[in-house]
Design a binder for this molecule. Sequence first.
Ligand SMILES: Nc1nc2c(ncn2[C@@H]2O[C@H](COP(=O)(O)OP(=O)(O)OP(=O)(O)O)[C@@H](O)[C@H]2O)c(=O)[nH]1
Ligand SMILES: [Mg+2]
Length: 596
Amino acid sequence: MNVLDVPGYFDFAGEVLSALSVADAAVLVVAANSGVEVGTEQQWERVRARKLPVLLFVNKMDRENVDFEEVVGQVQERFGRFCAPIQVPIGDAHGFKGVASLLAKPDAVPAEVQAAYGLAKERMLEAVAETDDALATKYLEEGTLSDDELQSALTKAVLTGALVPIPTGSASHQLGVKELLEAVVRYCPSPAALPLAAQNGAALKADPKAPLTALVFKTTADPYVGKLSLFRVYQGTFSANSEVFNVTKGQAERIGQVFVLRGKTQDPVASLAPRDIGAVGKLAVTTTGDTLSQQDRPVVLSGLKFPAPLYTLAVFPKSKADSDKLGTAMARLAEEDPSLAFSRDHSTGETLLSGQGDVHLDMAFQKAQRKFGVSLLSQLPRVPYPETITSTVQMESRYKQQSGGRGHFADIYLRLEPTERGKGVEFATEVTGGAVPKEFFPYVEKGALRACKEGVLAGFPVVDLRIVLYDGSHHPVDSAGMDFDTCGYNGFKKAFQQDHPILLEPIASVTVPDSAAGDVIGDFNGKRGRILGMTPTGDGTTVVEAEAPLTAMQRYALDLRVMTHGRGTFMLKVSGYEPLPPHLHQKVVEQAAKRE
Ligand SMILES: Nc1nc2c(ncn2[C@@H]2O[C@H](COP(=O)(O)OP(=O)(O)OP(=O)(O)O)[C@@H](O)[C@H]2O)c(=O)[nH]1
Ligand SMILES: [Mg+2]
């Protein structure tokens, strides 16, 4: 039995998805004193979406004022009546003594829970009967079912997800834990018995002699131990000191020692059989989601899906030493946790780290410090405001210098025309009669484009215009390429500023499926947003589609959590650019000046 322990907090959805991708069953833990929480619902959705058998363990029965029946009621209300206790707790709070299985022999049931036991058993019989028509008929006719019937129907129902057993106990007092493990053994599928789904058209067989097929579902990096890749074998045998083929990367990998993990302990093993989970160190090219196989039989397992990043911060090294290590540290962090993404914004020059939320990124910074010795500072990323014009402008620009020796001379006429959004910058020439010789055109272009990249108003790139060189003159001796380059650069900047150039602001389009549509919509109104549509989905949620300036959406992952008590999810992408309102234009220009 391999147990994969994952954190429950929202920000660590990536960890959960990675473990679920190789798990055959799940145990969802609910604390008796807090009951079903938003996180419980989210994990429930994930587990059910993968059609995994699930056990719902009600923990902390030793706490004051906990009520097992109340928690069961909550579970049934949220998830359905097919979630049913398979035990009754004996005593509660300080007096909590353990659990009595509903499948125990009647004389093994302590007297103090006899009444509750009867009711609970009744409820379980009903729940199990409901999963099977023949059994339901028998139960109706005879008023009961034999323990054998109950047991085998229950096992079957848990496997298909038709029934979710609720065991209970106290982890810290080691009460109900043994029974939980027994329930896992009894109700969760034996890996050996599970059929293997065909992968990308290829049938797999859990046969140790079949060609190796294994999936790397997690990678950890440790400065002392180095890189460790956790994998699950689907077919074939994963042997120590062998060579495998990474099908995803198309490269061979040397396998040294193979381990099974017990917490932080690594136990070396000679080989691992189909369905088992293990770890291997120091793989050269392999990353999370890769398939390890054999070159002559390259089956690629469907990789892992990680949640899209929701929250982004710009990161800065604290010192020069940190700066040197920044790139490697970020790359390692992203390798370890694929729900982190690391990128660079070319229009602002900032290094960006994206993840699920503030806690997720905080943890990443702590890891960078602890594992790679890199100290990082962070802040919300600078929003880029590309610059452009709104009307056609034209102007002559002349560059002339006469300071002894050979002179410098260039003279050009530039026309700037606004183009459609998203078109970028184009350059064209309409010079006739050789007023500016052809050989100088590329220099004018290079100078003008350099100015575009630098920006004119606030240091952001110029976009969406056509630059036309339509006339000019030159000097047969003094004119050189560099003179036309300088002239193109200066000339562009002057022409650009002639008629009220503007800043464009990135607009995010956002989709929020949520039951708190009212709050979500109200919030957009306060964010200079626009509601584009509201579509009820029929299950109590409404999909809100909206647009809002990116500036207002940078903290949306955190805002939405507050608004919806953590329930809300959203998708966001930059969908276009719109003129920045005049009252904000000045502010951005001033901030840019301060930066210089
Ligand atoms: N009273 C009581 N406290 C418990 C019990 N089990 C766990 N705790 C306490 O609850 C707290 C959280 O326990 P964890 O084991 O970290 O919980 P978890 O569900 O793994 O949390 P994440 O991994 O962060 O999602 C700790 O302070 C534990 O000591 C229990 O049965 N009874
Ligand atoms: Mg934990």
